[in-house]
Ligand binder design. Sequence first.
Ligand code: CFN
Ligand code: HCA
Length: 526
Amino acid sequence: MSKVDRILDKYSARVYKNRKLHIIEKTEDNHEISANTRTIPGIMTNRGCCYAGCKGVVLGPIKDVAIITHGPIGCGFYSWGTRRNKARGDKHTKNFVEYCFSTDMQEPDIVFGGEKKLKQAIKEVVEIFDPDAIMICATCPVGLIGDDIHAVAAEAEKLYNRKVVAFSCEGYKGVSQSGGHHIANNGLMRHIIGTGDRVPTKYSINILGEYNIGGDAWEVERILKRIGYDIVVNIPGDSSIHEIENAHIAHLNLVQCHRSINYVADMLKDKYGTSWLKVNFIGVSSTVKSLRDIARYFNDPELTARTEEVIAEELAAIHDEMEYYKSKLKGKTAALFVGGSRSHHYQKLLKDFGVETIMAGYEFAHRDDYEGREVLPFIKEDADSKNIESLRIEKDERRYRLYLSEEQYEKLRKEIPLDYYEGMIKDMEKGTIIIDDMNHFETEEIIRILKPDIFFSGIKDKYVIQKAGILSRQLHSYDYSGPYAGFNGAVNFGRDVLMGLTTPAWGLVKAPWKNSPMIEGHLQEV
Ligand code: CFN
Ligand code: HCA
């Protein structure tokens, strides 16, 4: 029986038919997988909800905005402080990342409407915290009872003379947190991006989709600034709303997490013509490749020389430690299951240490994250003569039209991977198992059948993995460590993984009664 069949073996015919489309073994030419579909009711999925994707993930890291969760307190609580998106305020920029603002809806609000309470919450937030802007995020009951959060936001914006934006990201919308990313991206684009008046400098760039988990964005920014880039904004990790207002002025958008922010990249391309480049700052070799790709885009000999100089210095600084960790980790195997981009990115870092990925998958990625995005050249003249809105509707998620002349397109496309993403599957080795929306049962089957040395995933399955005697490292939170991005992050990662594998705890995981009796007694003759 193939590995895939062994994983599917226990399913009923109906579940088998569904899950078969989400579990594949990489061969020479299969790049297709079913994704972004509804989880079968009753299956223990790892996925989150639309509100989690909007408030918890995309908007949460913006530091000087007070985000009010309009709903019962549980939603606010569970999106507060569980993600490790770090932020630093200073004397010009407030920092509310550690706070949780919620209307704490109760039964009377559900029966008689919650708008009054929301207005009161906005008033209190303004009086107590005086934030530069306010965002309102809806939870499930808000949509069900029909509170008009957009009208409340418009009224508050006038009343308090600051930006107030509402997001209809009720948890039940869509099939995972992915719908929430989209709603957050649309709101940022519609209300915030493009309202600033900063002037770009020679090498102005944005980073899109770096969440500063464990300080990752700070390491990426350190490297880019050493080379001489002017980072207009990183959306959203450790960002200020005033930086986001200026995102439209950058010359190039670097997309770190394609899944959660491709919408902003596309909209900036549509509206301002800014190209985007898929980068990956997780892993030494991928960081080097990304830095070279960016330099190639600007095509300036001085910048290229400076890029090579910084790469050489950074590589020299981490060389000995990387070699040491590699000598210890080489030959180990790993399984990776995270949300929508880390499962791809971390394979590169693992490869830097000689660790082989034998299984990888995403909770909520779309097919383009697995299979890549096609690029269709689009002639500028045609773009002008057509209605841009209708073009957006025509575009499905795997096709993208470039607003370039055919000649420009051919030239750029050959040199650097602009405006497209290769996806995870192309990068994987033959024989690797790919699982979309993996569930609890399949996690246990992977442990039993593939026996990876390390399982990288999240808190929901961490202890199931560890109880099976396998090292679990969390790629969402980094188990409170980090940064793992860039050059210094790679060293931290190597150290943490080696520490995890060599801890004496593994000698203690066998149940004591398997080695020696737990109850002592005497047999008495009767
Ligand atoms: S920080 Fe990102 S990198 S934004 Fe996304 S797809 Fe989640 S919260 Mo958890 S760690 Fe994870 Fe990605 Fe992009 Fe994080 S892999 S699941 S919604 N994610
Ligand atoms: C989310 C957030 C999460 C959960 C992490 C985990 C995160 O999906 O809503 O399951 O360990 O990174 O904090 O992905």
